[in-house]
Design a protein around this ligand. Structure first.
Ligand code: DC
Length: 218
């Protein structure tokens, strides 16, 4: 079967990663979570006590960093950091790292290289517009701010984190603002992407919708 690439973009908390994971599994191809790559670098920056606004320090550490995926695990300098990168502190700082041009260039190179070699479902913010502009299928997954905050709140509560709903709304709005207004590859729907608003949909409905589109168009 020919190599397949599916690009999935959308704002924070719209359900992209859950959906992409299940979709990749159903299609029996690799899932590449590009947000995890920005998060891994953020984790390293914070761990090394580098100031989040110190671009020079961040670019310096970037040049000495190895980020990769193997069997759905994210590796930072050859160590799995799947859990560490999901902490709220990382979520609240990653947008600052993701707007640095040099960071994006290096991570996009890695992402393109991966998609060159195998079939992928790749999710992020700039996959359809910039990383894989010729992807076979492009989806833009959205949901209302309130619904995205509700999902994030439930997720954190499950992990016994002490969080306030209003605070989560503010954090999501702030991330949306930074991700959509940054100069380099802002979050934007690719012209030929299919938009799916998941606010009132179950995950199963979203997946079935996407698989139907892919099977018809393949
Ligand atoms: O999807 P996520 O929440 O794990 O993404 C983490 C951050 O990385 C988010 O603030 C946006 C940024 N990001 C990006 O700029 N480009 C991507 N392709 C993926 C994520």
């Amino acid at each position: 079967m020919n190599k397949l690439s599916v690009a999935i973009d959308g704002p924070a908390g719209a359900g992209k990663s859950t959906i992409s994971k299940i979709l990749a599994n159903s299609l029996r191809i690799n899932y590449i979570d590009t947000g995890a790559m920005y998060r891994a670098l953020t984790y390293k920056v914070l761990k090394n006590n580098i100031d989040i606004n110190d671009n020079f320090g961040i670019i310096n550490i970037l040049n000495d960093t190895n980020i990769d995926f193997h069997e759905n695990h994210i590796y930072l300098d050859n160590i799995i950091v799947d859990d560490e990168i999901r902490e709220n502190e990382i979520s609240n700082n990653v947008s600052y790292i993701a707007k640095i041009k040099e960071v994006r260039e290096k991570l996009v190179d890695i992402q393109r290289e991966i998609a060159n070699n195998k079939s992928v479902v790749m999710d992020g913010r700039d996959i359809g517009t910039h990383v894989l502009p010729n992807a076979d299928f492009k989806f833009f997954i959205t949901a209302s701010v309130k619904e995205r905050a509700r999902r994030r709140f439930e997720e954190l509560k499950k992990k016994n984190k002490n969080v306030e709903f209003e605070k989560i709304i503010e954090e999501i709005e702030e991330r949306d603002r930074i991700d959509s207004t940054r100069k380099v590859s802002p979050l934007k729907k690719s012209e030929n992407a299919i938009e799916i608003d998941t606010t009132n949909m179950t995950i199963e409905e979203v997946i079935n919708n996407m698989i139907e589109i892919i099977e018809k168009g393949r």
